[in-house]
Design a protein around this ligand. Structure first.
Ligand code: ADP
Length: 504
């Protein structure tokens, strides 16, 4: 086809011969290609470059033709991978395709190209010719990377979302499972795809009907969001409570399924349950001192009527204790609501810690005759923070030490100074705490189940409040304990490095 166009009469015959000899055939063909093409001699001198090459790389025939391939355009084609492949082609006739190279070209900037090359022998032993095709894939590559970026972003979003997205077909078989299933329930999406709602063993046997009903309802009411709750077994064997919303998108051609969004609400549920229990305990605990107060008041009234003074003093003492207990409960509740509402404010006092410890110990000692509080103090140090709240932390720990050592007769308070901090510890010789509860005791509402022999009053808030007060002042709180032997509660506070008492 191409030849017919160019070849005319006898002159054409002569030039045809010429074309064949010089390789101009190929030259003519490559000129019509959009792709950049270079015709090279066997030893890599450029015989001819097509328009595509000049246009793409903004170079001229003068600076290209007749030059050594690796010298042109500031030696930009002197690329190790290309050289390696070229030498294989030259020496062993091994052609190469799709050799991907990214370079900063002087005139056109950063480009990614595919290099393909082949070797053709010339007629009558005139050596060989190499054709190097250069396909510019910069745009394509950018598009691919953008798509890959979008895909990765979407994957990360779906994986890190706290909600799992599942797509069912109308028979309840999982068509798609989002990657968030792995962090939430431990399964890989591919382990879940293909599972059917009617036979799926990971839904709690008692709840399977709930899930099936949700899907059924979603199929029947395509415009509604159908929500419900059921338990799903985590890969580790534990059951998690899942709040699900089903959405019928069978009509949507791209989705053609029922989308279910799952949220793990196990923790929220357990907190709600704790909250309910807490309200029960709080009303019970508040009722006890009020009932006692009322009873004492009645006796007091009768005593005053009968004018029996000595018994009245004893009753007044007991009333006072109950009022104290009521005041502590109310204060704990108030502090709790302040912490939860983010309204807790801290003062910036400068104070000497040992003085505060002695003050608090004296106060708490007044409330017990059974326990002797022993104190071992380190050298005095200045602390910056809320003196009152730090005092509250120590009061809480001392009250607990007394409360939870009903058979004990002593409690030991120690302070220990390190380079940058001071640690205060409160040791008791009481009931102790099981190892598994050592961190939980600082959770709000948490109370270790009472033994059958004792009832210890409380709301499960004291340690939570203490921990908040310590942490908010840059400190730490922890406990070590042995059941039936006793516990040591510690809290650490940062000290002012440059200031020693008396050095103010
Ligand atoms: P409360 O004492 O009002 O229940 P806390 O928050 O002060 O609440 O303590 C939480 C739980 O930690 C208590 O219910 C108790 O089981 C346990 N606990 C706290 N202090 C001690 C202690 N010194 N010895 C043993 N158990 C303790």
């Amino acid at each position: 086809m191409y030849m017919k166009k160019d070849v005319n009469g006898s002159r054409a015959f002569g030039s045809k011969q010429k074309l064949k000899d010089t390789g101009d055939y190929a030259k003519a063909i490559i000129e019509t290609m959009h792709e950049s093409l270079l015709m090279l001699t066997g030893d890599l001198f450029i015989r001819h470059a097509n328009k595509g090459f000049y246009k793409t790389f903004c170079v001229t025939p003068e600076e290209t033709e007749g030059c050594y391939l690796y010298d042109i355009a500031n030696a930009e084609w002197n690329i190790p991978e290309l050289k390696e492949q070229m030498s294989l082609l030259q020496s062993r006739d091994i052609p190469f395709t799709h050799l991907e190279v990214t370079r900063d070209f002087p005139m056109v900037g950063r480009r990614t190209v595919w290099l393909n090359a082949n070797k053709f022998p010339m007629k009558e032993g005139k050596g060989s010719m190499i054709l190097l095709a250069i396909q510019d894939i910069t745009e394509q590559k950018m598009l691919e990377e953008r798509l890959k970026g979008n895909e990765e972003r979407l994957y990360l979003l779906l994986r890190n979302a706290s909600d799992i997205i599942t797509v069912f077909d109308e028979h309840g078989t999982i068509k798609y499972e989002s990657p968030a299933i792995e962090p939430v329930l431990g399964y890989k999406p591919e382990e879940r795809v293909g599972k059917n709602i009617h036979t799926d063993a990971i839904v709690h046997a008692d709840d399977r009907s709930i899930k099936i009903e949700l899907l059924q309802k979603a199929i029947e009411s395509p415009t509604e969001n159908i929500s419900g709750e059921f338990r799903i077994r985590h890969k580790d064997g534990s059951y998690h409570i899942i709040e699900a919303i089903f959405n019928n998108m069978l009509e949507n051609k791209k989705i053609n399924g029922i989308i279910a969004t799952y949220r793990d609400v196990t923790e929220r549920k357990s907190l709600e349950q704790h909250k309910d229990e807490f309200i029960g305990i709080a009303s019970h605990e508040l009722k006890t001192p009020v009932t006692s107060l009322k009873a004492y008041l009645q006796i007091l009234e009768e005593n005053i009527l009968k004018a029996n003074g000595s018994q009245s003093v004893d009753i007044l003492f007991k009333m006072n204790k109950q009022v104290d207990r009521l005041a502590i409960l109310i204060k704990d509740l108030l502090d709790f609501t302040r912490i939860e509402g983010g309204k807790l404010k801290f003062r910036e006092d400068m104070y000497e810690l040992n003085e505060l410890v002695l003050e608090i110990v004296d106060e708490v000692q007044l409330t017990t005759k059974q326990h002797k509080i022993q104190v071992h103090l380190s050298r005095p140090v200045l602390i910056e923070g809320d003196r009152y709240r730090t005092g509250q932390v120590l009061t809480n720990l001392l009250n607990n030490a007394i409360k939870y050592s009903p058979q004990g007769d002593s409690v030991v308070v120690r302070t220990k100074v390190d380079k940058q901090s001071i640690t205060i510890s409160v040791q008791d010789f009481g009931i102790g705490i099981e190892h598994g509860f050592l961190t939980k005791v600082f959770d709000r509402f948490f109370r270790v189940n009472e033994t059958q022999y004792h009832h210890f009053p409380g709301l499960g808030l004291g340690l939570y409040i203490a921990a908040e007060f310590v942490k908010r002042q840059g400190g730490q709180i922890w406990v070590t304990s042995e059941p039936r032997k006793g516990s040591v509660f510690y809290f650490l506070l940062p000290i002012l490095l440059s200031k020693e008492p008396g050095n103010k």
